[in-house]
Design a protein. Sequence first.
Length: 355
Amino acid sequence: MASPIAPWKTGGDAYHQMVGTLYDYWACWTTCAIADLSIADHLAGESLTAAEVAARAGSAPETTLRLMRAGVAIGLLTEQADGRFGSTPLLDTLRTDDPRSLRPLVLSQMGSWLPWDQLAIGIREGSTRSTKAFGGKTIFDYLAQHPDEAERFSAGMSGMTAVWGPAIADAIDTTGVQCAVDVGGAKGSLLQLLQHKNPALSGIVFDRPNVVEHAEAEIARNGFADRTRTVGGSFFESVPTGDLLLLKFILHDWSDEECVKILQKCRDAIAHGGRIAIVDDHVDNGDSTCRTDGYGHAHGVHGQGAHDRGVRRVVRRCRLETHRRAQDRHPADRDRTPSRRGRLARLSARSAGRP
Ligand SMILES: C[S@@+](CC[C@H](N)C(=O)[O-])C[C@H]1O[C@@H](n2cnc3c(N)ncnc32)[C@H](O)[C@@H]1O
């Protein structure tokens, strides 16, 4: 029988809702365990009892039954009168045979719980949680030493691109572009969307060396190897030259000063007449500043800064001109109040002349 998703979210007073907020935390971990046990794959196209799922997942039947009932409560599963469980469209997003699978994203995000534990400490100290959690290093340094987690992180990023990428790709005009550089591109999923739309577009996926290793296989698998190359490096050192530089979900990870450094390297890399497309999330706080901390406040987890800053402000500091800005409502944010509304900000910048 189907149940409403997270029924504790509706009804009740503020006290009920606060308890419900904690249930959301449980719901995330329930989802993570269900993803871990690949229950979406086991239930693909068939209904099974918890014991049958447990046999396939290699888990204990009794605890698997409890987990699956919790999955029913949060709308991932249905339970039938005969004791069999079925999947829902929500669970199907975790199937490994779905090219848009969100399983890697769930596993990588929930796997990065350590920095959340440091949130209050970081806020008190004015430091960031990730650097404390990762012994003074960034999450990207940590991932470089943990290849399996790094691969999952990049795959998770591709999952996010699969959700929002088509709308982003629609907004980025690649007509006449010779070479697009996906800066910090992970597996290069945004570049591939653009290449899919523009068969003449060549590009470079630029990321840390340990990340581009994994990008190559994905690029080949998706049939873009003949017009894509990968370059490993650091955007604090230099960025490959191109006439369209893509910065998607990059700046929220860094402080203002670091953003300025990244953008300066990008400015140095823009071919004549080229531009930079910045895609990030922000909160519309009613003023004209394009803030990134809507997404960034979540990314205080991993980020070095993510405090109040304006993308346009740092862009201007790099002697880049904003010549177009577009905003899209985040599909998941339709019901939020305007002041809390997350949006994808697309900002296109051209060099305003070198200093
Ligand atoms: C939040 S992910 C965004 C990935 C991709 N742009 C997307 O939207 O799916 C940030 C990316 O920046 C990369 N990155 C971090 N530090 C970097 C550096 N110093 N140089 C190049 N890339 C870096 C990470 O490896 C990661 O792939």
